[in-house]
Design a protein around this ligand. Structure first.
Ligand code: URA
Length: 260
């Protein structure tokens, strides 16, 4: 085997660090090499050509869009119809800046629905939730209790990657709420796994994943009470591996409930 060239080694190191930054929720601006005239202009204006500044979160009236989202989501008779509605929906900066709508992966007939926060860069590119480094950790965590895409249905409370990898705002979460509500109704899961503090807030109105994780919640879905277990987001566990033992405890609680 030949040793990688310095350039290849640097490229691999850069890719690995980009993946890590992405999992941590940090956006990496693409800064092209500017021609000298542009560089001169940039020094004058303070703006780097070819880069987009992260747009302000509120460019549309999300309350008006919320009404539209509620009307349209309620009218979706099937998952396919819901996906098509979301794909055609104007979610302001969210839909303007995302490459793809990230709808779901897994088995639509599954009894267990996993609901994360919002897509990251890898998910936006693949149009599938939890496919980046954090998603791979999540898959491993589930595999440890014999769960996989065969018996899980995986989605997010927000179907678009927020620009710059920021968190969705509370107004944006409210605008997305009719979609995830209808999504849950159509899947009709027997158990929900809430991944991360943003989804905890969106689904239960509660803040504080640190104190809520590991404690069963009850979600009212169409008059039915569905048990829901909040877990840490896997990107957080990548950063704080000492907390994996808590996540393991939470996974065992899910397994006990499924076995019991
Ligand atoms: N984190 C999430 O909450 N959802 C994804 O799809 C990816 C990372």
């Amino acid at each position: 085997m030949t040793a990688p060239s310095t350039e290849q080694a640097l490229k691999a190191a850069l890719q690995a660090s980009h993946a890590w930054w992405d999992d941590m929720g940090v956006d990496i601006p693409v800064v092209p090499v500017a021609p000298p005239s542009a560089a001169k202009k940039a020094r004058k204006t303070g703006k780097i050509p070819g880069t987009k500044s992260t747009p302000a979160p509120q460019e549309i009236d999300t309350s008006e869009q919320l009404i539209k989202a509620a009307e349209q989501a309620k009218a979706a008779p099937t998952l396919e119809a819901l996906k098509t509605i979301i794909e055609g929906f104007d979610a302001g900066v969210l839909s303007d800046h995302a490459r793809n709508v990230v709808f779901a992966r897994g088995n639509p007939d599954a009894d267990i629905m996993v609901i994360g926060e919002a897509p990251g860069r890898a998910e936006d590119e693949a149009a599938k939730p939890f496919v980046g480094r954090a998603g791979q950790l999540l898959d491993k965590m589930f595999a440890a209790i014999n769960l996989s895409e065969e018996n899980l249905y995986i989605t997010n409370v927000c179907n678009w990657r927020p620009p710059g990898n920021r968190h969705p705002t509370e107004d944006e979460l409210a605008m997305c709420a009719p979609f995830i509500t209808r999504h849950i109704e159509l899947i009709a899961p027997k158990l929900i796994i809430i991944v991360g503090g943003i989804s905890l807030l969106a689904l239960t109105g509660k803040t504080g994943i640190m104190k809520t994780r590991g404690n069963w919640q009850e979600l009212d879905i169409n008059g039915e009470t569905v048990p829901a277990m909040p877990l840490y987001r896997p990107a957080f566990l990548l950063r704080r591996p000492e907390l994996k033992k808590d996540a393991w405890r939470d996974l065992l609680a899910i397994k006990a409930r499924l076995d019991g």
